[in-house]
Ligand binder design. Sequence first.
Ligand code: PRP
Length: 180
Amino acid sequence: MRNDMKCILLTKEEIAKRVCELGNQIAEEYKNEDAPLMICILKGSIVFFADLIREIDLPLKIEFMTASSYGSATVSSGRVKVVSELDNKIVGKNVILVEDIIDSGRTIAYIKNDMLTKGVKSLKVCALLDKPDRRVSDVHADYVGFIIPDEFVVGYGLDFDQQYRNFPDIGVLKPEMYAN
Ligand code: PRP
């Protein structure tokens, strides 16, 4: 283990197994529906998204949008900044929003509320990680990879100050790495 990690919470093997299960579940649930439009919420979801879509055996399509609320802090700023030009592309579609983590829930609540006014046929959320202890917004994911404790995690797309996104496992960063 790297000496900047307090512990490894989820190994890449555990993540891969669960991502495969999620992909199979989504494929099963949409097999008689229009294939979903999968939307990756950048940047944190990029690794999960890339793995998940390859586990869904359906003729799906993909899009990307950017949302950020953390800046370089370890807790959400509470202000969600969204950049999206998807309005025309989601009308009448079965949309699945793909998130790396739901923490306070503000990001996904903001995006969901906005999309629900834009004529989607259906809207679901798939989150790799769910940290319910810190929820502020009343929101849940329809597909959840792992429920995790209230620890600051990095890796598999999740960052601290834009670093660690390429770490293949999900680890708990030592507090001294982000003190000050
Ligand atoms: C992270 C993560 C989620 C959001 C979850 O994004 O990717 O989008 O925070 O937190 P919340 O439930 O408290 O809103 P971040 O703002 O760090 O941007 P990033 O994806 O570019 O890292």
